[in-house]
Each structure stands twice: as structure tokens, then as C-alpha cells.
Design a protein around this ligand. Structure first.
Ligand code: ATP
Ligand code: MG
Length: 324
């Protein structure tokens, strides 16, 4: 039996990259008999590491939860939680900070990049990867799907678990990264050399899961291609066209047929995205009529994971020398 944890930051609107790269694999794993007891975590504590608006954060957290459910997360098989609602995440975070070095945190590429953007830097941005380690370790997670952007953080989680176990005795399971298929890294439509991101300033490159059909059509129509004029898979020389082909393959689940023009490719991509998003949008609208129901699912998720999280924290407290 393996337990998998997938995290989503409620920092903005979820996009097609999140769906194809993270939400779909999470939903597919629900049918894998080897993976049980998985967790879909909304990392609302992580969203506090950068400038934020409280009302917006609350709304985004509910929206992300609702979209996860709309995309097929089944609360009977996957515990849906917000990390702020399981206080053991924050408690273990502190204990792990006492096993982590300042230099180790300051070396993280994401910290360097985000702290160099100008404006005040929150201390929590520095300690973010330690909180992420806590998110993972507190649930005895075996597998964490991570993209390139998170692999250094996952490595730190492994280092901290191993170091803690070595110094204080066997306490944590050491998690493993599972890499998404390279094809499942969806790139920005306006700049296909960068991944599609919630935090990218240009919304034209990002297909929001709740974007209306005409907006999607426009974004795909304006997607950057090239002057080669041939529809083929060539990430190096034709990153825009290759990204559209990848989106098409991921949305339809089949290798695209031979396409003769960029116009034809873009029409097929638009239709394929529409076919994937229409049922999600419909389900989202239904679920949104009863936000209390979504809150109840989060409360149930918390109740389900807490006994195990409490047990992990109890082990860590005892090992590090705190009174029970
Ligand atoms: P941010 O810009 O705020 O970091 P993000 O778009 O990177 O937002 P996250 O909340 O960091 O989204 O990631 C949620 C999940 O989606 C993670 O599992 C991440 O690996 C995956 N993911 C993010 N962007 C992409 C993408 N472009 N293609 C495929 N998977 C992605
Ligand atoms: Mg990210």
C-alpha cells in the first residue's frame, strides 16, 4: 500500500497545467489498488508566504477545493484537506525547523527567485520548504508527485527525515518523488519555454479551468507558434506547436492524427480542451450552489487524517526530547 500526497497552492485560479499534470493523475490513482488513503492538500498556509489578500485567500481555498471535487477527486477515497486546518502541520514544521539549517533553506532556488523580486520578503518564504517537508512527513507519505519546480524541496524533505531519524531514532517514513511524465508539463501559451503557472503575470498564456469558451478559443488562437509551418513534435525547435500537440494528446488520451496547418491544430486543441472542461465547469457550478457541502468535505478530510498526524507528531515530540 502506498500513500500519495498532492498539494495545490490557493494562490490563484487553477489552470490546464494543474489539471493535466496533477489533478488527473491524482484522480487516476484512486483506481489503482496499490495506492490507497491518498491526500489532496490545499496548501493555504503556503499561500501566506507571499503578499496576499485575506478575503481572496479564503475564496481561493474554497474554489480550489470545489474544482478538485469537480475534476473527480472522490472524498471517499482521497482525503481532501487544507493544511491550515490540520494543526499538526504547523506543529511538526517547528520541530523540523530545529533539524534544518539556515544555509540549507537560503540555498533553495525558489527562495532565491521569489525573494529577488523586490518588495518585502516574509520570513515564512524562507521556511516554506520546511513546512512542505512537514506536510509530507506528518502523513507518513510514500509518494509525492513533483515537477522540476519542487524537486529540490522534496529532496530537502528527504534530507530532514533521514537526519531526524539518524539523530533521534526512527520517526519518519522517507518519501519518494514520482516524476510526472515530461509530456505532462504544460507550457505557457504565450511563452512556451516557461511552464503554465498560476503566478505568471500574463493570463494570456494560461487556460483557466473556469475560463469561458470564447476566452479559451481566443487564447489558443493567439498561442505562440513559429514560422516552420509544419505540425510536428519538436520541443527544441517548435516549442509552441509541440506544447499544443501535447495538450491535444493529454486532453484526448490519443496520439493526434496528422494535421496539416496550425489553424487546424488550434481548432482541434480548442475542441479538445472544451470537451475536457465542459463537464468540470458544470459540476463546479452544481457544487458551488452549496459551499457548506464543500466545507463539510474539508472537515471530514481533516477528521480522517488527524489521528495519523497526531501520532506522527507524538513520535517526533518524544524523539526530540519534549514532554508528552
Ligand atoms: P504557482 O505559480 O503559484 O506556483 P502553479 O501553477 O505552479 O502555481 P502549484 O499550486 O504550485 O501551481 O502546483 C499544483 C500542482 O500542479 C503541482 O503538482 C504541480 O507540479 C502541478 N503543475 C503546476 N504547473 C504545471 C504545469 N504547467 N504542467 C503540469 N503540472 C503543473
Ligand atoms: Mg508551483
Amino acid at each position: 500500500m502506498t500513500r500519495r500526497l498532492t498539494g495545490f497552492q490557493p494562490t490563484g485560479n487553477l489552470h490546464l497545467g494543474n489539471l493535466l499534470g496533477a489533478m488527473r493523475p491524482l484522480v487516476a490513482a484512486q483506481d489503482d489498488p496499490a495506492t490507497t488513503d491518498s491526500i489532496a492538500m490545499i496548501a493555504d498556509l503556503h499561500a501566506l508566504t507571499v503578499e496576499h489578500d485575506p478575503a481572496r485567500l479564503r475564496a481561493n481555498t474554497v474554489e480550489v477545493a470545489t474544482l478538485l471535487l469537480a475534476a473527480g477527486v472522490d472524498p471517499a477515497r482521497t482525503a481532501l484537506i487544507a493544511n491550515s486546518q490540520v494543526p499538526e502541520h504547523a506543529e511538526l514544521h517547528y520541530l523540523l525547523e530545529c533539524a534544518a539549517g539556515f544555509g540549507e533553506a537560503a540555498r533553495m532556488i525558489q527562495f532565491k527567485e521569489k525573494s529577488a523580486c523586490g518588495g518585502p520578503v516574509r520570513l515564512s518564504l524562507l521556511t516554506y520548504p520546511v513546512l512542505m517537508a512537514s506536510d509530507i512527513l506528518v502523513h507518513d507519505t510514500d509518494h509525492v508527485p513533483v515537477g522540476d519546480d519542487q524537486s529540490q524541496h522534496l529532496e530537502l524533505a528527504r534530507t530532514l527525515a533521514t537526519r531526524f531519524n539518524g539523530r533521534y531514532g526512527e520517526t519518519f517514513a522517507v518519501p519518494e518523488a514520482i516524476r510526472p511524465d515530461a509530456a505532462e508539463r504544460i507550457m505557457d501559451l504565450a511563452d512556451p519555454t516557461r511552464k503554465m503557472s498560476k503566478s505568471s503575470p500574463n493570463p494570456a498564456g494560461r487556460i483557466g479551468l473556469l475560463d469561458p469558451p470564447d476566452v479559451i478559443r481566443r487564447k489558443v488562437a493567439r498561442a505562440v507558434t513559429d514560422t516552420v509551418g509544419v505540425v510536428r513534435h519538436d520541443r527544441e525547435n517548435q516549442p509552441g506547436v509541440t506544447n499544443l500537440l501535447e495538450i491535444l494528446r493529454a486532453c484526448t488520451g490519443a496520439q493526434p492524427r496528422t494535421l496539416t496547418s496550425y489553424g487546424e491544430l488550434k481548432r482541434e486543441v480548442t475542441d479538445a480542451i472544451e470537451a475536457v472542461l465542459t463537464p468540470i465547469r458544470a459540476r463546479f457550478a452544481e457544487l458551488s450552489e452549496d459551499p457548506g457541502h464543500v466545507r463539510k468535505i474539508l472537515a471530514d478530510g481533516r477528521a480522517r487524517v488527524r489521528p495519523r498526524a497526531e501520532e506522527t507528531v507524538r513520535r517526533a515530540r518524544a524523539a526530540i526530547g519534549l514532554l508528552d
